[in-house]
Design a protein. Structure first.
Length: 506
């Protein structure tokens, strides 16, 4: 444990003083009868029944964290907060005792968890208050909360400043949550988002399943995995980068509509929209194609927004975004041509496309295959323009090894990505279910993938599953973190992940 500063040493001394007089600063039990919200409801019901405002006769024992303290002679006012709200505490020397009032004023601090027993009332100014007969310590706060910078003004403890530094907040999320109510609200919304996604899919007959996090062969995306080792089996394993290949095995087994919400892990860089550990929703639906999945997607996200935010219209970074179906649909070729004037179909090789890009003044990596060049055009020129919900569809075959080819065009596959507010939100295919063609695609990826980048590995067991027959199906993957960013107005993914990974602090 690190060395304590003077304020912390002073608080430890207060805890020792409590022990010396027979009190426990960290007792084993709490005796709560109401949350703050329940107590407020009980008070309002008593007042409606005719009880006096300043003595409702409703007893309550509340528990929570001290947020403010103000001493006024033989009276002390304080505010206590729990997960449901805030209540004022009123301590009077003739009710709690002069010694106990003095002990409260000297040994209790902002941030302490306390248990307060008394009678509910409203003050003359109308403030919801617990007139206390007893207050006991539940957990002594040794370190002052970051926002709780204390000062003495006219004999009162007051709070000022705020805990606003992003890196400090992420490193000490527990303190961030304790002092910033808006941060707690973000994670309540996140929980509601996950709940709404489940409700939508469950109501449509999808089965929620779980697939392995530790996998002998990673797959389902083009990403570098984290590697670990199983000591008992003497086997290297990978943290999954996607659920896809396991979920599609379930369609082979006769489960026609399945989904999973869980963690994926990609050993890559971080950005405002990327975190190495993230939450993803994937679903797969037999007898559907990517057009059907588009319909499910727009219906699902409109449903989630309505359930979570009460509207399908959102404000995000100054834009009013309408999630109501139908969404715009645009071919990738058209979107790129409109954004930067390059017709990708007129440049059927990587060399030709690279030359066209150089002619338009763009820097080009000569080692990039054609599909990657097209992907870079999409990211650089198209993505920032897609504010309203848009499906960009029909992608190059060479960067989509698991997607079914477009009829009549072997170089293009039935794949779409959905964009909202200039951000990619999801990725979906008509899933390739021909085992011979899938094997060929894996081989092409191994042969043609650029050096230094992660190629999709050959998965013989997945090919074996396809040989038993997989029905035609549509598949979908979406980052739950990004959806939460959209619905809470956040532009940094770390704001919607409780404990984002950070560099080691020197």
């Amino acid at each position: 444990m690190r060395d304590l500063n003077e304020i912390e040493k002073n608080r430890v001394a207060k805890a020792d003083r409590m022990r010396a007089r027979g009190e426990q600063p960290y007792p084993a039990r709490a005796q709560r009868t109401h949350t703050v919200a329940d107590a407020l409801l009980a008070l309002e019901q008593a007042l409606q029944a005719g009880a006096p405002v300043q003595d409702s006769g409703v007893p309550a024992t509340l528990c929570g964290r001290l947020r403010s303290m103000r001493t006024m002679g033989k009276l002390t006012f304080a505010h206590m907060e729990d997960v449901s709200g805030r209540v004022q505490l009123l301590l009077r020397s003739d009710e709690v005792g002069a010694d106990r009032l003095r002990q409260f004023d000297t040994d209790f601090d902002l941030g302490d968890f306390v248990q307060a027993t008394g009678v509910l009332m409203r003050t003359k100014t109308g403030e919801f208050t617990l007139r206390c007969s007893a207050v006991v310590m539940l957990a002594k706060s040794v370190s002052p909360l970051p926002a709780a910078k204390e000062a003495e003004e006219d004999g009162h403890k007051v709070v000022y400043s705020a805990f606003a530094n992003p890196e400090a907040r992420y490193r000490e999320r527990y303190a961030d949550l304790a002092v910033n109510t808006e941060v707690r609200e973000i994670f309540r919304v996140r929980a509601a988002v996950v709940r709404a996604l489940r409700n939508f899919l469950d109501e449509r007959g999808f089965l929620e399943v779980e697939t392995p996090v530790l996998q002998p062969i990673y797959g389902g995306a083009a990403a570098r995995p984290f590697v670990t080792h199983h000591n008992q089996l003497h086997q290297d394993l990978f943290l999954r980068i996607s659920f896809e290949l396991y979920l599609k095995r379930l369609l082979v087994g006769g489960l026609e509509s399945v989904y999973e919400i869980g963690r994926d892990f990609r050993n890559e860089g971080v950005s405002l929209k990327h975190n190495p550990e993230f939450t993803q929703l994937e679903f797969y639906c037999a007898y559907a194609d990517y057009a059907k999945v588009m319909e499910i997607t727009e219906e699902m996200l409109a449903f989630v927004a309505q359930q979570v935010c009460g509207s399908t219209t959102l404000e995000y970074e100054g834009h009013k975004i309408n999630l109501q179906p139908p969404w715009r649909r645009v071919a990738l070729r058209t979107a790129v041509a409109e954004a930067c004037g390059i017709d990708i179909a007129a440049h059927p090789t990587a060399a030709a496309l690279a030359e066209a890009m150089r002619a338009s003044g763009q820097a080009v990596d000569p080692a990039m295959p054609r599909g990657k060049l097209i992907e870079s055009l999409l990211a650089l020129h198209v993505e920032p323009l897609l504010i309203q919900p848009t499906f960009v569809h029909d992608f190059p075959r060479d960067i989509s090894p698991l997607a079914k080819a477009t009829p009549g065009d072997p170089h293009t596959v039935e794949r779409f990505e959905a964009y909202i507010a200039g951000m990619e939100l999801c990725n979906a295919f008509s899933e390739l279910n021909d085992p011979q063609e899938q094997a060929q695609r894996f081989e092409e990826m191994q042969r043609d993938h650029p050096k230094g980048e992660e190629a999709h590995p050959m998965d013989e067991d997945y090919l074996r599953a396809l040989q038993y027959g997989m029905p035609p199906c549509g598949g979908f993957g979406m980052g739950v973190d990004r959806l939460t960013m959209l619905l809470t107005g956040q532009r940094n993914i770390r704001e919607v992940i409780l404990f984002p990974h950070l560099r080691t602090r020197e």
